[in-house]
Design a protein around this ligand. Structure first.
Ligand code: FAD
Length: 398
C-alpha cells in the first residue's frame, strides 16, 4: 500500500516509522527540513514525554487534556510504550524530578535523528520544500497535489500538519481536503500573558512563588513555580500553564475576567509571615531601606516599599500590610500573547471527526494526528507525547 504523510513533525515522523514497517511511505514537508518544532522544543533539549503518564494514573490525564478521547490516546499509548518506542531506536533518556523526560544528550537533535535514521532504514521517502495544497479522494486512491503543480496518487493519507503555533501560513484542513471538518474555535496556549498594568519595574526578574488564577473572582487553578516578570506582563512555565487554562475556557466560549495572584511566601500563613517579619525586625532593625536586604531582590523590595506606602522606619501595623501584599500580588489579565509566541494551539479538529485509530469518519482512508486535533496539554512533555502517540496509533493501524 502507498501511504502519504502530510507534515514531517513529531506526529508525522512517528506515523511514518510505524506505517513503513508494512507499507511504502512518503512524507511531504512544507519547510526545508523535517522536525522544526522537535528541534525547538524544551529550549533545545526536547522534553519528549513525562514519566508521570502511566495507565495507572489515567484520571490525572484529564487535568492535562481537554478531552476524554485525547486522554484515552495517552492511556492506549502511555509513557512506557513511548519510552520503548524510542529505546528501540537507540535513544537514551532520563527523567527529572518532575517526570519530564529528555534525551541524555540534552539535545533535541538526538530525538529527531533517531526518527530520521529509522525512517531512512525503512526506506521512507522524505520530500522537503513541498507544501501539499490539495488532496482529492477518487474512487480507489487519493490525489495529493503540491504547490509546484506536481501530483501523486496514494492509497491512504495521514494528515499531520500541526497548528498555527509559531507558524506563518497554516494549512486549513477544509481547504486541503475540500471537505468541512468540525473544528472548535482556536486559541493560543502555553504563552506569556499580557497584564492590564505592569506597575513594577521588574522586567527580567524571576521569582519562585505560588500562582493562582481567578475567573470572575473564583479560583480555578493554582500552581507553584517560577514566574518571569516582563514589561508587558508575566511569563515562565507556570504562567504558560495558567495560559493553558484560560485558553481552554476561551475555546469553550467562556468570556471571564481573569486575575493572577502571586503568593511569594506560600510556605507561611498570613499570620506566620507577620510573625516572621516582626522577628526579623528584632534582628535586622526597622530601618525600611535595609529591612528587606537578604530576603529578596532589591527590585521587589522597592516595589513593596512603594506599594505598601512604607516610611523610613517600619511601624508595627506595617508588618500586616507587607505580609498581605506579599501573599496577594494581583495582576489583571489583559490578553494571552498571540500565535507567534505560543507553544501550542488550544482547540482543533474535533475528536468526533475521527475513530479510535484517528481515521476520518467522513473521508475513509484519511487520518488526522497530532496537534491539528483538539488536544493540548500543559508544559512537561504532554504535547509531544500526544503527537507521537497519535501518529504511532494511526501508522500502526494501516
Ligand atoms: C518553542 C516550542 C517549544 C516546545 N516545547 C515542547 C516540549 O518541550 N515538550 C512538548 O511536549 N511540547 C513542546 N512543544 C509543543 C510541541 O512541539 C508540539 O505540540 C508538537 O510538535 C506537535 O507535533 P505535530 O507533529 O502535530 O505538529 P508539528 O510539529 O507542528 O509538525 C507539523 C509539520 O507539518 C508541516 N506542514 C504543515 N502544513 C503542511 C502542508 N500543507 N504540506 C506539507 N507540510 C505541512 C509543518 O511545516 C510541520 O513541519 C513546543 C512547541 C514550541 C513551538
Amino acid at each position: 500500500m502507498k501511504v502519504a504523510i502530510i507534515g514531517g513533525g513529531a506526529a508525522g515522523l512517528a506515523a511514518a516509522v510505524k506505517a513503513a514497517e508494512k507499507h511504502s511511505v512518503t512524507v511531504f514537508e512544507r519547510s526545508g527540513r523535517v522536525g522544526r518544532k522537535i528541534m525547538a522544543s524544551g529550549n533545545g533539549r526536547c522534553n519528549l514525554t513525562n514519566a508521570a503518564l502511566t495507565a495507572d494514573n489515567y484520571a490525572d490525564f484529564l487535568k492535562y487534556y481537554n478531552c476524554e478521547r485525547a486522554a484515552d490516546t495517552v492511556r492506549r499509548f502511555d509513557y512506557n510504550a513511548l519510552k520503548s518506542f524510542f529505546e528501540s531506536m537507540g535513544l537514551e533518556m532520563f527523567s527529572d524530578e518532575q517526570g519530564r523526560v529528555y534525551p541524555i544528550s540534552e539535545n533535541s537533535g538526538s530525538v529527531l535523528d533517531v526518527l530520521r535514521v529509522k525512517c531512512q532504514k525503512l526506506n521512507v521517502k522524505t520530500v522537503t520544500d513541498s507544501e501539499v495544497v490539495r488532496v482529492e479522494k477518487g474512487k480507489s486512491s487519493f490525489k495529493v497535489m503540491l504547490h509546484t503543480g506536481e501530483f501523486f496518487f496514494f492509497d491512504k493519507v495521514i494528515c499531520a500538519i500541526g497548528s498555527k503555533a509559531q507558524v506563518n501560513n497554516f494549512s486549513k484542513p477544509d481547504h486541503l481536503f475540500g471537505e468541512k471538518f468540525e473544528m472548535t474555535s482556536l486559541c493560543p496556549s502555553l504563552t506569556p500573558i499580557k497584564t492590564k498594568k505592569m506597575w513594577l519595574p521588574l522586567n527580567g526578574l524571576r521569582v519562585k512563588c505560588n500562582v493562582s488564577l481567578f475567573a470572575n473572582g473564583k479560583k480555578i487553578k493554582e500552581e507553584f513555580g517560577e514566574v518571569l516578570f516582563r514589561d508587558y506582563g508575566l511569563s515562565g512555565i507556570v504562567i504558560f500553564n495558567i495560559s493553558s487554562c484560560i485558553a481552554g475556557e476561551k475555546v469553550k466560549g467562556l468570556k471571564n475576567e481573569y486575575k493572577i495572584v502571586l503568593d511569594l511566601f506560600p510556605q507561611f500563613s498570613l499570620q506566620e509571615l507577620i510573625e516572621k517579619l516582626k522577628y526579623r525586625a528584632e534582628i535586622c532593625g526597622k530601618q525600611t531601606s535595609t529591612f528587606f536586604v537578604g530576603l529578596f531582590h532589591n527590585k521587589i523590595a522597592d516595589a513593596v516599599i512603594k506599594k505598601c506606602g512604607l516610611g523610613e522606619e517600619l511601624r508595627n501595623d506595617d508588618f500586616k500590610t507587607i505580609s498581605a501584599f506579599l501573599k496577594n500580588i494581583t495582576f489583571e489579565v489583559q490578553e494571552l500573547c498571540g500565535y507567534d509566541k505560543c507553544q501550542v494551539v488550544s482547540g482543533g479538529i474535533k475528536f468526533d471527526e475521527v475513530d479510535e485509530n484517528f481515521e476520518s469518519k467522513k473521508l475513509k482512508g484519511m487520518y488526522f494526528v497530532g496537534e491539528c486535533l483538539d488536544a493540548d496539554g500543559v508544559c512537561g512533555g504532554f504535547n509531544l507525547h500526544f503527537a507521537f502517540a497519535s501518529g504511532i496509533i494511526a501508522g500502526s493501524s494501516l
